[in-house]
Design a protein around this ligand. Structure first.
Ligand SMILES: N[C@@H](CCC(=O)N[C@@H](CS)C(=O)NCC(=O)O)C(=O)O
Length: 253
């Protein structure tokens, strides 16, 4: 029995949903509302002391951290493997994943907060906001750097854009001659980076890769996989909840 505690728009949750869909694994989904702070409720913190989504519960035991969950699922359910056979290629896949966690995954938080999430904090008093910040086991430092009315500085947004550009340029070196990052087959590495890039596209940043043909073909290929529709079901994109984001998309088109 598999249960996934996750949030519809969360990129980390989308990585796990797409892995489950690729592998054709059934699960029970629990949707948490992050701005209602469901992730900080005592019963959830018992499963995931970091107070973030996703958490997988398999036969009553929690597994936390989205990339760890992806690898766990691929190990426990080896049919339709998403990990290459050869050790060197497995290492290459994991190296991509660590790079994606460190560079694009952390970068997308800044434009996401500025375009969508900051509005949830602007009606709070500074004291209320400080309480929210200090209640976050993992993200207190990150959120504490944000101005509750204006969001993150333009410097942070520029750095985030540079990180995404660095990511797509590195991906292009592989994707110019191969359909997926590890060759002819999709792997956990492709799935790991897709949600942050879909987020950037949704926020109107496709200009960061429009000149990269291998990358653009990969993005379309990933979107055509049946697992994409299953993982990114209605409501998964920020622009669906915050329609003003579409103006930025139009400006950058
Ligand atoms: N390293 C963790 C990070 C998870 C994470 O940051 N989740 C975000 C959503 S994508 C979250 O739950 N944020 C809630 C909050 O900031 O309070 C993972 O990959 O699972």
């Amino acid at each position: 029995m598999l249960e996934l505690y996750n949030a519809i728009q969360s990129t980390c949750s989308q990585k796990v949903r797409m892995t489950l869909a690729e592998k054709g694994i059934d699960f029970v989904e629990h949707r948490l509302k992050l701005f209602k702070q469901d992730q900080l409720k005592p019963e959830y913190l018992k499963l995931n002391p970091n107070g973030v989504v996703p958490t997988l519960v398999h036969d009553g035991k929690p597994v936390i951290d989205s990339s760890v969950i992806m690898e766990y699922l691929d190990e426990v359910f080896p049919e339709k493997s998403l990990t290459p056979q050869k050790s060197h290629q497995r290492a290459e896949m994991r190296a991509w994943m660590r790079f994606f966690e460190e560079v694009p995954t952390s970068a997308v938080r800044y434009p996401s907060y500025n375009a969508a999430f900051v509005r949830h904090f602007s009606e709070m008093s500074q004291a209320e906001f400080t309480d929210v910040v200090t209640s976050k086991p993992l993200r207190d430092k990150f959120l504490g750097e944000m101005d509750k009315d204006k969001g993150f500085s333009s410097d942070k947004i520029e750095q985030a854009e540079k990180s995404i550009r660095k990511t797509v340029l590195r991906m292009e070196t592989k994707l110019k001659d191969s359909p997926y990052l590890l060759g002819t087959d999709i792997s956990l590495a492709d799935i790991c980076v897709l949600p942050p890039l879909i987020r950037m596209e949704d926020l109107g940043y496709a200009n960061l890769w429009n000149d990269l043909p291998g990358f653009c073909a990969w993005l379309e290929r990933m979107k055509l996989r049946p697992s994409f529709k299953k993982a990114f079901y209605a409501g998964s994109l920020l622009s669906e909840q915050y329609p003003d984001i579409r103006d930025r998309q139009k400006r950058s088109a």
